[in-house]
Design a protein around this ligand. Structure first.
Ligand SMILES: Cc1cc2nc3c(=O)[nH]c(=O)nc-3n(C[C@H](O)[C@H](O)[C@H](O)COP(=O)(O)O)c2cc1C
Length: 186
């Protein structure tokens, strides 16, 4: 099983009836996540003991799942070892992991992941697009900006907005407009 690349994989993580963009870190044969306390994902990984990495390339879905909930019908049940897990209906591929808390600090949980099942569905080609990549970056900054209102983060979001406008397609433009809405862009 090996859908993940070495480094940090920015996937959309599903837990029970929840989806959010998260980084899965693969280094030196180990697979881990760092989950900040307070997210639904952190709470549900601990209570359910599993997480699914959804491989998806829709910029709108990254923004939506970072700030909002998805309707129940987009979650599809799958068997993965001892678990019934949930993946997103529109993913191109998915990987289910057994999840265990390795360490807990005041700020975050270090979660170790054990691959249980991987499936590849309808793969498409995704030519590298700086606009898409900048949606990912701007959304990371946006989730922090929404909490901190830090002007430095706003500058970074504006920098990425420039790249999205120059290099993105209509779906990236739609995602950027949505991001601006969610963060109440001044
Ligand atoms: C690309 C991307 C990667 C992210 N990676 C993480 C991560 O590794 N750990 C984390 O705690 N939050 C991460 N976040 C922030 C969460 O997605 C965000 O806090 C979200 O609101 C959590 O949603 P939830 O409450 O439904 O779990 C990331 C956000 C983005 C856009």
């Amino acid at each position: 099983m090996g859908l993940l690349n070495e480094g940090i994989n920015e996937i959309i993580a599903t837990t029970h009836q929840n989806a959010a963009p998260m980084g899965i870190i693969k280094r030196n044969g180990k697979i881990r996540m760092v989950l900040y306390h307070g997210s639904h994902t952190a709470e549900r990984v601990v209570s359910g003991g599993w997480v699914v990495a959804n491989f998806i390339f829709d910029p709108v879905l990254y923004v939506t799942t970072a700030f909002d909930d998805l309707p129940a019908e987009v979650f599809i049940d799958e068997k993965a070892g001892e678990f019934t897990v949930e993946r997103l209906s529109s993913c191109e591929a998915w990987a289910a992991y057994k999840a265990k808390v390795e360490r807990s600090t005041r700020q975050s949980l270090l979660i170790s992941l054990l691959p249980v099942r991987e499936e590849i569905g309808n793969l498409a080609l995704h030519p590298v697009n700086r606009g898409f990549n900048s949606i990912i970056d701007a959304t990371v900054h946006g989730t922090r900006y929404k909490v901190t209102r830090d002007k430095g983060l706003l500058d970074l979001i504006e920098y990425h907005a420039g790249i999205i406008k120059k290099c993105g397609g209509p779906r990236e433009s739609e995602a950027l407009a949505l991001l601006f809405d969610y963060i109440d862009y001044p």
